[in-house]
Design a protein around this ligand. Sequence first.
Ligand code: HEM
Length: 396
Amino acid sequence: MSAAAVYYDPFDPVVMADPYPTYQALRKAAPVYWSDAGRCWVLSRHSDVTSALHDPSTFSSASGVFPTVGAPSMADLFLPMLIMTDPPRHTAMRRIVSRAFTPRRIATLEAGIQELIEGLLDDASSHETWDAVEALTAPLPAIVIADLLGVPREDRDSFRRWSTQLIQSQPQSPRIGGALEAAAALYDYFASFLAERRIRPRDDLMSALVEAEVEGQRLSEDELLGFCFLLLVAGHETTTNLLSNSLVALAGEPDARHAMADDPQLLPRAVEELLRYDSPVQGLSRTLTRSTTMHGQDLEPGDVVLLLFGSANRDEQVFPAADRLDIHRSAEQHLALGHGVHFCLGASLARLEARSALQALLSRHRDWEVDEESAVRLQSGPIRGFATLPFRPIAG
Ligand code: HEM
């Protein structure tokens, strides 16, 4: 296939429904592709995406990590966020937040997460068919992140509304206004909690963030608000869609389901493969700080480059039979959680939630079906997943 025969529009609903054949064509014939629709270059091979992630001084995150196609950049729209900061400030900020976001704090959540999942499954089991998003995959991460931050669980419907508004915003569309409204609502929401934690600290992440200090440096008020906002969005839609995509992938794989149900030790490896196979974050962008040449193509400073994690994770050069779900393969080279300095800060939490949810579900139901025809896909360039997903356990 010649480069001219490949057409890729990251915002096309047909591509969103199944992007993998297009990714394969890009990897093969146009590894550095100019997308007119996205007004960005697109990198699709594992080796190229990895090299870009390794070189933040050339591939900068400072203008934002979603292509905004001529609309104001994310940096102009939102308060400063870790994910949109380059070293050396990124290094300092990451050290400060890591101080609050410790493995110890995450490990203390495990028992609560298991109890929460059992409660959600108990509620769902009174119905023959349930919407998996409504019943399990959305409330689980929303409640976990609310508990972690230390805000009321009851506010989770607002979180979901705000974060859906944010991720479904498309460039050059009225929805960008919706994203700004959602961001303003979230900043107001967190500002009042942060003010209270300054006066009366508690044993929660928000209090720890207010107090975290490295070499005399703390986060500014804007950075604190930006970080709470990032955690809510980054920790919520991503985990929801890892779980939803996993339910769909496993629906067609009875052997994998039964093997995991019989031997939960397989779960950690299976979760990595599910992250690889149908990644919730399909791609994020960078902006070039200097000229560079890739595969003979000259790229200029200021050019936006979309890094397709979803395509890199199906690259046959790294993952043989990449289009096949194989829960026994070692998929750890996947880029679903990023790579390099911005590697997902919530990776251990995401893995814990996914493992616990699948284990609890499989111990109740070894078999299920999903109704993909009636499911509603998210209309989001970067996030792949579902707004609704009809799910039916099959009695054994
Ligand atoms: C960064 C994916 C869950 C917090 C990232 C990045 C990816 C990612 C691809 C890299 C961004 C970049 O390179 O620009 C995912 C996926 C998740 C998940 C697929 C679930 C399956 C979470 C959770 C949290 C979280 C649960 C927090 C509670 C963050 C933060 C960053 C990040 C704060 C920015 C790190 C930095 O810039 O240094 N995530 N994430 N993520 N993630 Fe996650």
